[in-house]
Design a protein around this ligand. Structure first.
Ligand SMILES: *Cc1c(COP(=O)(O)O)cnc(C)c1O
Length: 358
């Protein structure tokens, strides 16, 4: 199927043992093959190839290792009940990555061509797509700058690659609510910065706050805006929604938060159900007040890994506030089930989100 592409294929001769379905977890195992292409100023993207999964060497002075020129994506391939292989809105991931490339002074690529490569790679390693309920193949496109040069400037050589990892169902023990720590000491991103790009440094910068929240017994951090420490931004590496009275509210894409594809899908889904959605600034005080007067019905985070993570508790200013009595609410369940049904091809895809590999 990759004959019409300018992609060479070197098949792995030693296939790895397949991990058993129960202990997949997240991001621990990698499939037999990877995709890679290289960029330089003269040739643009070239030497596209699918090859055995393997380490690559780079110069210790490489741009990415010192100045963090790295962007990545996260999406999944799903196996339907009738054995079709499906991708969820992959063009949107590649468009987002291209936008990130511009911000990070890195080269863009052809979405069509990289999508073809991705499909070929998924097809080749299709046996790795788990069959267990809710399990999938996580796909990680990545681009890094690799000039062996310590001067601070955009690299003139890049590697783009895609690796794939079979992952288990996120909620192996039920759809359980998370405990969220509202973070006031650290911020994730600033307007005008790179918070809206999936670039490596954002995640390094978020680790300390996340570790401290974990030590205190919380699942994740809720980030507030960097200027006033007042408006809600995101939860961990997910977008966040609040269901207050009869309206679902989520912070707007104002530059410092990541424009999640799950976020956009949830907004479209809710509107198709005639549920009002507002993309607007929402302060932590408004959320706490809504929790106290009972108008906060539910809150949930959205992202590719978990799809929907219901929020059961918000810890803010030394006080714990339960959301929906610490239980998963009906709207969270309804959205989760509908999105999973579309992703796994169990229901009609009214939005044209699904791309079939085969
Ligand atoms: C990836 C990511 C999200 C979620 O995006 P999806 O496209 O829905 O997976 C949200 N916030 C941050 C910071 C992220 O990195």
């Amino acid at each position: 199927m990759w004959k019409d592409l300018d992609i060479s294929l070197e098949k792995a001769t030693d296939l790895k043992p397949r991990p058993s379905g129960e202990k997949l977890g997240f991001g621990q195992y990698f499939t037999d093959h990877m995709f890679r292409m290289d960029w330089n100023r003269k040739d643009g993207w070239h030497s596209a190839r699918i090859c055995p999964y393997q380490p690559f060497s780079m110069d210790p002075a490489s741009t990415v290792l010192h100045y963090g020129q790295a962007i990545f994506e996260g999406l999944k391939a799903y196996r339907s009940g009738d054995d079709r292989l499906l991708l969820f809105r992959p063009e949107d991931n590649f468009k987002r990555m291209n936008d990130g490339a511009v911000r990070m002074s890195m080269p863009r690529f052809s979405v069509d061509q990289v999508l073809k490569a991705l499909k070929a790679l998924v097809y080749l390693d299709r046996d790795w797509i788990p069959t267990a309920e809710g399990a999938s193949l996580y796909l990680r496109p990545t681009m890094i700058g690799v000039d062996p040069f310590l001067g601070l400037k955009p690299a003139s050589t890049y590697i783009f690659y895609i690796i794939m990892s079979p992952v288990g169902a996120y909620y192996s023990e039920g759809f359980s609510p998370t405990r969220i720590y509202v973070c006031r000491d650290y911020v994730r991103a600033v307007k005008g910065g790179v918070g809206n790009v999936k670039t490596a440094g954002n995640y390094a910068a978020s680790m300390l706050a996340a570790e401290k929240a974990k030590e205190a017994g919380y699942t994740q951090v809720l980030w507030l805006d960097a200027c006033e420490r007042k408006y809600i931004e995101e939860v961990g590496t997910s977008n966040i929604f609040f269901f207050i009275n009869d309206t679902v509210i989520t912070p707007p894409l104002s530059g410092s938060i990541l424009g999640g594809i799950t976020r956009d899908s949830v907004i479209q889904l809710l509107r198709s159900w005639d549920i009002a959605v507002e993309e607007r600034q929402i302060s932590i005080d408004e959320v706490i007040a809504a929790s106290q007067d009972g108008s906060l019905k539910e809150s949930f985070a959205t992202g590719t890994a978990a799809v929907i993570s219901p929020v059961g508790e918000l810890f803010y200013d030394d006080v714990s506030h339960l959301v929906n009595n610490g239980q998963t609410g009906p709207l969270s369940v309804r959205i989760f089930e509908e999105l999973q049904a579309i992703q796994f091809g169990r229901t009609e895809d009214r939005f044209g989100w699904t791309v079939t590999v085969c």
